[in-house]
Design a protein around this ligand. Structure first.
Ligand code: CA
Length: 466
């Protein structure tokens, strides 16, 4: 996170929120063309301290199921002895425990080539559950080092009696192999769990263990009234919309206004109890934001929103370092006004020309709220997921959660779902319900102008009430 002179005074302020907006500009000349223009919105929100207990701050917790870090003796793994593992007997303390991460200590000897598989193995040596793989080229030769292998979040594996947890390497030979560290002091779980390796049959060493750390992680998800919603209200009849939305919003939520409707901020706060975000009335660049934002009446505003999407935002770039520079500047602008920053980039815009995707953890370091638009991955996402980058909606969300929560754990993470042409509330409900338990802080529901009914239906469908 960037630092600013105001940061200290904002420590108790939470954020969330954000932006978004789209304006429909109908140019009904001869061609009666409707042009939908995405409006950037900047909003800022100060969240009260007590919001931190209501689904705004969701802390990931780590549960360590095995922690044997005694280093005694290395054992080779190669074609003649392809599996080294910790055996889980029926009385093992590991039975029934959930893990998503395996840590072992490895060293390369000679010049083995191939891939080491890490996970759980069956009695016949086949892979029961692969956690991850590592090429021998990525294993150090000078000394033993810890290597960590994880299932994609939020997947977990529940350990069963008879499991063999470890590594498998079927290449190499007696001179070129992968060595794994063991504990000959049997520090873990007595003879209930112990070292085993496979040659042409399983060999058991009840007085030893692998050097091994097994971890599970819990990604709490707020539910019901505490599930955090970002949304935007625009168009006509703002007061009527506020009245209609009252049963569904509370202090866990952030509602965005465009800067020309900022006068409704006090009504939003008093009637809905939400935090208020503000965005530029039209798509503006950073320089315009910097000059305009101080002129807005920000007294009831908590968050400033900065949109970042192709086609509508002058600052847009697919280059990660360029984008992060923009986010960093926006952060400084928001915090100079004692507001939090909400950025709203698109997942697809995060694919660089070289084919690499942004590291969303690095992006998240430069904002208080990261809301990731997943256009075409929004409602109807499943069709999109099959033909774009080969990732499903759940895989996209899980990968972003892992990056953001590991590098910027204090940044609030949201995904945007919207009401595009021809999309139904049920599609949004189905997709949100698929990903709401994946470790996110909430979702941004973007209705088209004045479509309050859509918003209400979605709120009901995902169980969100005040
Ligand atoms: Ca043991």
């Amino acid at each position: 996170m960037n630092s600013s002179p105001e940061k200290t005074s904002l420590v108790s302020i939470e954020l969330r929120q954000q932006i978004k907006k789209y304006c429909i500009v109908g140019i009904a000349v001869i061609f009666a063309v409707l042009i939908i223009i995405g409006l950037n919105q900047f909003q800022s929100t100060h969240l009260p301290k007590n919001m931190e207990e209501g689904g705004i701050l969701l802390q990931t917790s780590t549960i360590i199921q095995m922690n044997d870090t005694t280093s005694s003796y290395g054992l080779s793994t190669n074609s003649g002895r392809p599996i080294q593992a910790e055996y889980v007997s029926s009385t093992s303390s590991l039975v029934g425990k959930s893990i998503d991460t395996i840590v072992v200590k490895l060293q390369k000897v000679g010049i083995p080539s191939g891939t080491v598989k890490v996970g759980v193995f069956n009695s016949d040596g086949s892979v029961k559950q692969l956690f991850d793989s590592i090429s021998t080229t990525s294993i150090g030769a000078s000394s033993y080092a810890q290597y960590s292998f994880s299932l994609p979040t939020p997947k977990a594996y529940q350990i069963k009696s008879g499991d063999r947890i470890g590594i498998k390497f079927t290449d190499g030979n007696a001179s070129n192999f992968v060595s794994i560290m063991t504990d000959k002091a049997n520090s873990f779980d007595g003879t209930n769990s112990y070292l085993t390796y496979y040659t042409t049959s399983w060999q058991s060493f009840t007085g030893s263990d692998l050097y091994m750390i097994l971890e599970g992680h819990v990604y709490p998800t707020a539910t019901g009234k505490n599930f955090s919603i970002l949304t935007t209200i625009f168009g006509n009849n703002i007061s009527d919309q506020i009245s209609q939305l009252k049963p569904y919003f509370n202090s866990a939520d952030v509602v965005d206004l465009q800067s020309n409707q900022i006068s409704y901020a006090s009504e939003l706060k008093s009637k809905l109890g939400v935090h208020v975000a503000i965005a530029g009335q039209t798509t503006i660049n950073l320089q315009q934001l910097k000059s305009q934002a101080p002129t807005w009446s920000l007294g009831n505003v908590d968050v400033i929103a900065y949109d970042f999407e192709p086609g509508t935002v002058p600052d847009f770039s697919t280059d990660q370092s360029t984008a992060i520079s923009k986010f960093s500047q926006a952060y400084q602008i928001a915090h100079s006004l004692n507001k939090k920053l909400w950025i709203n980039p698109t997942w697809q815009g995060g694919w660089q020309s070289d084919g690499k995707q942004w590291d969303w953890g690095e992006v998240a370091k430069n904002t208080d709220i990261l809301c990731l638009q997943i256009p075409n991955l929004e409602t109807g996402a499943r069709q999109f997921g099959k033909n774009t980058h080969g990732m499903t909606l759940e895989q996209v969300v899980s990968s972003v959660v892992q990056q953001v929560k590991s590098k910027a754990p204090n940044t609030k993470l949201y995904f945007q779902f919207g009401a595009g042409t021809g999309q139904t509330p049920q599609q949004a409900i189905d997709d949100i319900n698929k990903i709401k338990s994946l470790g996110i802080d909430g979702v941004f529901i973007f209705p088209q102008s004045g479509k309050t009914d859509f918003l209400v239906t979605v709120m009901q469908g995902i169980g969100k009430t005040s």
